[in-house]
Ligand binder design. Structure first.
Ligand SMILES: [Mg+2]
Ligand SMILES: [Zn+2]
Length: 201
């Protein structure tokens, strides 16, 4: 068994863009009707984390399945396509995928900030003879719950992407250990250099 740190990243709003769906008048389900559009710099960001020795794993909430916006099969198809784009265009290998296709109030264990998805990911990695090095792992997402999920799983370093649909009206004072950035690529820059864009002045 090999021990490796992971980057556990959120999906919508972090790796892929959440776009306004005018037809159905809602945010957050970019792939149900349109194709996959990566967030600014996301492919390169994941590659940078991977090059730094972290295994890339994705924890994706899909309440849209329970809401009948798209099927479970479409969800799996989407992630297969996304993984292929990341692999082909950026050389990023998504090593494990946690999924929560339930409604927010379903009481499931995989809803963030619960740790069901990190446990799914841990099991998939163990099948590949990999144990997670929690102390050196990082959690990232555009909601406070993404960071809380990582910390509930004993991952101490978390990165919150602010300014998106979900954080703009919320105080990101969830933890002094959380680094606030504007994008996943800024998070990767911080990881490499210890600086964010705010250190410019
Ligand atoms: Mg998100
Ligand atoms: Zn769930």
């Amino acid at each position: 068994m090999e021990t490796r740190p992971i980057l556990i990243t959120d999906h919508a709003g972090t790796v892929v863009k959440e776009v306004w769906d005018g037809k159905n008048k809602r945010y957050g389900y970019p792939f149900a009707n349109a194709g996959i559009e990566l967030s600014y710099g996301a492919g390169k960001a994941l590659r940078a984390f991977q090059d730094s020795g972290l295994l890339i794993v994705v924890a994706a909430s899909h309440s849209g399945v329970a809401r009948d916006y798209y099927t479970e099969e479409q969800m799996h198809q989407h992630h297969a396509e996304l993984n292929q784009i990341l692999e082909n265009e950026f050389g990023v290998h998504v090593m494990a995928l946690g999924l929560c296709p339930h409604l927010p109030d379903a009481g499931c264990e995989c809803r963030k900030p619960g740790i069901g998805m990190p446990i799914q990911i841990q099991q998939q990695l163990r099948e590949k003879e990999i144990e997670i090095d929690l102390a050196r792992s990082i959690g990232v997402g555009d909601k406070i719950e993404d960071c809380q999920m990582a910390r509930n799983f004993e991952i101490r370093t978390t990165i919150l992407i602010e300014g998106g649909q979900w954080t703009r009206n919320r105080l990101p004072k969830d933890s002094p250990e959380t680094v606030i950035v504007g994008s996943l690529i800024e998070g990767a820059y911080w990881f490499r250099t210890g600086k964010t864009c705010l250190d410019l002045v």
